[in-house]
Design a protein. Structure first.
Length: 549
């Protein structure tokens, strides 16, 4: 009688034992590569091999009951990858950290594994950011550099704009702290030139300066900085803001919601996905699905078919009936193999049908492909085809999220700005719609150039634009818009016949107040815009009357 085939759990345990036995060679290889990097620091081949060795632990550790091994391996893999992308020599602190990871891996692999399957601890978020401090005061510059270094950042310094340019040419940093006044020029000019340069839109830039005029923050925002801090600088507050801007500039890890009532299956799915950097939430009660969708806002939903009180098909149909989730990827994860279940999955609105036990590589590839496609489509749907700003619907959704985040919390002010072009219908009638489109794009480009990466920009329709600007009050936002209006009115616009003309826009500002919802906030900004346009028209009429007299 032939021996019974091992169960999936037994096979996984066998692979775990093989993994533990083979880890000694991998650990020895990591130590050998670190010795090579100590001797030949610029050895890119050794660094790439080191990344691969860490990758082996990050991908396999949690699968075999060692979630901490996955977390340590992932940290090593990411830091090696970051250094490879920067094409620089590993710094002493990086090599020291890699040896610390090696020691931790030895300790973890010498202990007892968790029962299989086991949830995976989230990977540490110890990103190595490269910061350039442009500050003429040597003591202040050294203090900021030391503070950043103590918090795991690579900090460089420059005393002048010329020195800063040399450092940037050597290696473009992730973020900068720039003094408003430099011995050989303006810090504002430096920031503006950076924003207009290669990858300038991805930089995190904060400015510091003397506590002086009301317009200091406006000037900083106008040149493209992400924030302004008075001297003497609160280094803790500055670093928190810098980290926030840096993290927000990076793509968030994908979020997966798994609807699964079997805790063992739920733990396995969590282990596989979290080992690859996904953020996973388990919904064990199908009745809570709608609340979980709204709170977690997943990029992908995994649905079991057999669920208490319902089935996955009914839940998928419910998801598809909601406009907000119409394009949300849904994967069925089930033990049902027959053709009828696959057909039913398609009818219910599913994107794929995976059969348990699903191999980790299969699960990850299916999830990654669906999420990548959905994110690409979402970007297309959320962006206006002409200006590439957010569409009307996407902008209003962002405003609702901001209101929800700010509700009941003390924090910096936030303002909504409504804008539209003056006399746009006349402009279209006179020069034609293609010229009108170019004027719209001109205004959109100015807003992207002058406002921060973190600000929310949208085209609500026709010639109407909107922005949500954080950390700035209503009066400061009004002053900023005055400067933008003046700058836009000086831009040369080209007619189809080669003629040159100028355009202008009007704007209204409303600060978000306690108890205000998104609709009320927008209505207040709209009312301010209407008031500004009325005042502008009355001023033009009075001016014409004086000319006629």
């Amino acid at each position: 009688m032939p021996a019974e085939s091992p169960t999936f759990e037994e096979a996984l345990r066998g692979l775990r034992e093989k993994f533990v036995r083979g880890s000694g060679d991998r650990l020895a290889r990591i130590e050998q590569l670190l010795d090579i990097l100590d001797a030949r620091q610029g050895d890119a081949g050794a660094l790439r091999d080191l990344m691969i060795q860490f990758h082996g632990f990050s991908g396999a550790g949690s699968t075999y009951g060692f979630p901490s091994v996955s977390a340590l391996g992932l940290e090593g893999e990411r830091s090696c990858d970051a250094r490879l992308k920067q094409k620089g020599t590993p710094e002493p602190r990086e090599r020291h950290r890699w040896r610390a990871l090696l020691d931790s891996l030895r300790t973890e692999l010498g202990g007892e594994p968790r029962p299989l399957p086991a949830p995976v601890a989230a990977a540490p978020k110890e990103e190595q950011f490269d910061i350039l401090v442009v500050e003429p005061d040597a003591a202040a510059r050294a203090s900021l550099q030391a503070f950043a270094a103590r918090h795991g950042m690579s900090a460089r310094g420059a005393a002048t704009r010329e020195e800063a340019a040399a450092e940037i040419a050597r290696r473009l940093p992730d973020g900068l702290v720039v003094d408003a006044r430099l011995p050989d020029g303006s810090g504002h000019d430096l920031v503006e030139s950076l924003r207009g340069g290669p990858r300038g839109e991805f930089l995190a830039i904060l400015m510091v300066g003397e506590p002086s005029a009301f317009g200091a923050r406006v000037d900083a925002i106008h040149c493209g900085a992400d924030g302004y801090f008075d001297k003497p600088v609160d280094e803790g507050a500055l670093l928190r803001r810098l980290e926030h801007v840096l993290e927000r500039g990076r793509l968030e890890p994908p979020r997966v919601l798994s609807v699964e009532d079997d805790p063992d299956q739920a733990d396995y799915v969590r282990a596989v996905l979290e080992s690859a950097g996904y953020v996973v939430r388990i919904c064990s009660e199908p009745k809570n699905l709608e609340a979980e969708l709204n709170a977690f806002r997943p990029d992908l939903v995994l649905l079991d078919i057999e669920l208490p009180g319902t089935d996955g098909y009914a839940l998928a149909r419910s998801i598809r009936q909601q406009e907000a989730h119409a394009a949300l990827p849904v994967l069925f994860l089930t033990t049902q193999r027959h053709l009828e279940s696959r057909v039913e999955s398609i009818r219910a609105g599913g994107d794929d049908h995976l059969v348990k036990p699903v191999a980790p590589a299969h699960l990850l590839s299916a999830a990654a492909a669906r999420i990548e496609r959905a994110r690409f489509l979402k970007n297309l749907l959320e962006r206006d085809g002409l200006t590439r700003l957010l569409t009307h619907t996407a902008f209003l959704e962002r405003s609702r999220l901001i209101v929800a985040e700010k509700a009941g919390r003390a924090g910096p002010p936030v303002a909504m700005v409504m804008m539209d072009l003056d006399g746009f219908k006349v402009l279209n009638d006179r020069y034609g719609h293609p010229v009108g489109d170019r004027v719209l794009c001109s205004l959109a480009a100015l807003l992207r150039r002058r406002l921060r990466q973190s600000d929310v920009l949208g085209r609500l329709g026709g010639d109407e634009f909107a922005a949500i600007i954080e950390s700035i009050g209503e009066k400061q936002a009004g002053r900023l818009l005055e400067r933008l209006r003046e700058e836009f009115s000086l831009l040369d616009q080209a007619g189809s016949d080669g003629s040159v003309f100028h355009a202008s826009f009007s704007s209204g500002v409303a600060a978000l107040e306690a108890g205000m919802d998104a609709n009320h906030w927008r209505e207040k900004a709209d009312a301010a815009l209407y008031k500004a346009k009325s005042a502008r028209r009355e001023g033009m009429i009075r001016g014409q009357r004086r000319e006629n007299e």
